[in-house]
Design a protein around this ligand. Sequence first.
Ligand code: G3H
Ligand code: 13P
Ligand code: ZN
Length: 333
Amino acid sequence: MVNYKDLGLVNTREMFKKAIAGGYAIPAFNFNTMEQMQAIVQAAVETKSPVIMQVSKGARNYANATILRYMAEGAVAYAKELGCEKPEIVLHLDHGDSFELCKDCIDMGFSSVMYDGSSLPYEENIKISRQVVEYAHKYDVTVECELGVLAGVEDEVASEVSHYTKPEEVIDFATRTGCDSLAISIGTSHGAYKFKPEQCTRDPKTGKLVPPPLAFDVLAEIEKKLPGFPIVLHGSSSVPQEEVDTINQYGGKLPDAVGIPEEQLRKAAKSAVCKINIDSDSRLAMTAAIRKYLAEHPDHFDPRQYLKPARENMKKMYIHKIVDVLGSDNKLG
Ligand code: G3H
Ligand code: 13P
Ligand code: ZN
């Protein structure tokens, strides 16, 4: 059993309290590789932002769970080395799909876990969520649960359509599970294809898809039922069109990729939404930089040559999200 506090990590409790009071959101960036971890830490240190580094089941399968855990421990040391005396870094399990997986992460030093029972019947979701909360709270680990279904594809969860969170269920769910934060469905979706073209309109000038707005009325109703309770938005990449264009220009094929407009995320961050999940934008930033670099340097084959601009491009994106979208800069301490 490793306690996250011994690794210099923190849970989400204080962080979320301050974020709600201050009208900003904490960035939750997924990581699978060393370059992503380095870019996240550099961005958080330079902007003096708290940060959630999250690991999915797919990331554990790709990189190995133990390695990711040590990378998070390394992230704390790296942040200090970069000049941040007291980094606020959360190591979070993203979309845990069983009690056993959540327990395994808690036992190996995670400071926060998500149990995602959103695809289960309501009572079953409550039962397992409650079990995870009871175990996690023994070790002061915070727990995110989910109610409502996002459209899109996750590693283990796939749904064609979204089902908005029902505001009339949130009090019962939060009370009976004892969860520390609640992920809701108000129209965001996972991946780089968040909406089908027929769900969007087209900007006549650029020909680009304009997605339907998020259901801010549902969010407002949820906030009314659970005042001051931490709300989480998954599927919140904005799918920057310049990255999509670069990928397509250098041999990629991502037609009609579309995300959540950043103004809407900015608006959400000012509410009780205090954690915003971003993964796809990092994948796009990395892929765009690598494709461009390799096309321009066909004779290069040292991975450090093309991973360096990829890391720089991800860092630029993370800083932009922190400063211009979520507003979590200068919030340490
Ligand atoms: O919500 C899903 C995250 O983007 C993680 O994706 O399961 O492919 O690692 P993944
Ligand atoms: P995106 O696919 O929009 O980046 O969402 C990531 C996410 O929700 C991770 O849990
Ligand atoms: Zn998610």
